[in-house]
Write a protein that binds this ligand. Sequence first.
Ligand SMILES: Cc1cc2nc3c(=O)[nH]c(=O)nc-3n(C[C@H](O)[C@H](O)[C@H](O)COP(=O)(O)OP(=O)(O)OC[C@H]3O[C@@H](n4cnc5c(N)ncnc54)[C@H](O)[C@@H]3O)c2cc1C
Length: 277
Amino acid sequence: MDLHSVEAVVVPTSREDVWPLGAHDAVLAGGTWLFSEPQVDIQRLVDITRLGWPPVVVTGSGVELAATCTIDRVSQLSEELPRQHPEWAAAPLLRHCCDALLASFKIWRTATVGGNVCLSLPAGAMISLLSALDGILTVWRPDGSDYQIAITDFVTGSATNVLSPGELLRAASVPAHALRAMTAFRQLAPSALGRSGIVVIGRRDTEQDGGGFTLSITAATVRPYVFRFDTVPGVGDLRSVHAGIPDDAWTRDAHGDPDWRRGVSLTLAEQICGELR
Ligand SMILES: Cc1cc2nc3c(=O)[nH]c(=O)nc-3n(C[C@H](O)[C@H](O)[C@H](O)COP(=O)(O)OP(=O)(O)OC[C@H]3O[C@@H](n4cnc5c(N)ncnc54)[C@H](O)[C@@H]3O)c2cc1C
């Protein structure tokens, strides 16, 4: 859709050219959401796709995804990573999470990790991925400094996050210990091509990495809920942490009722524990 209020589009090629970012400026990444609905308050777009960020950096410590890395590029990593790191058993999870963002190939090839995370929708597929794999975000401040924050602290609610005005998400990193883990993934949507209503992911770390178990619940809740255990929990412990999710944290929208999300997410979590035990 045309954005009639936009008077200028700037395309910075270096970090210092990104700012100033004012109240009527919007960062433009893939634009799949920005151009999907009216943006009456936006007068200037700052296109960050020419900053020269490598989309993916793979090292022995893990994977760094640039904020401008596309969903399509993330999905390709499920095949590529095992060739470089056969021990990264969690590689298929990247593709599963990308598949949770049900969209045409055009959206897949354009939408970015940063756009998905910064929109902070409950169904944010990259939020599900990063929550399950201990994802850490790097944010650039307007004063030239950076900070790092866990994805679980970044997203604060449905379409809300900790970004202050003028801040820019630079990258999301996933550590090698999480990539070495066994994972199990469940996703449900009320319609075949609809947005995720519930995403539950289990991760069992290798014995060398401590053997811990991580359960993440996303989409069903307005922000990610991640629970950590020394080992795969029994039904009692699982039900206890699940019951601790506040009533108003269950997502209420067209993609599922809160009661359905609450009940079915527990069933899926129990399945996952059985699978990874
Ligand atoms: C057909 C369709 C299906 C979709 N399905 C889903 C779905 O299943 N789940 C889901 O969560 N979403 C879905 N979406 C919305 C989806 O989140 C976005 O389309 C996409 O991930 C956003 O990425 P983008 O790069 O296009 O972001 P843009 O549209 O460019 O930007 C989105 C927002 O994030 C801000 N932003 C972008 N990058 C940064 C950055 N690096 N730092 C700071 N702010 C930034 C922008 O200013 C804007 O406010 C869907 C959209 C469409 C059109």
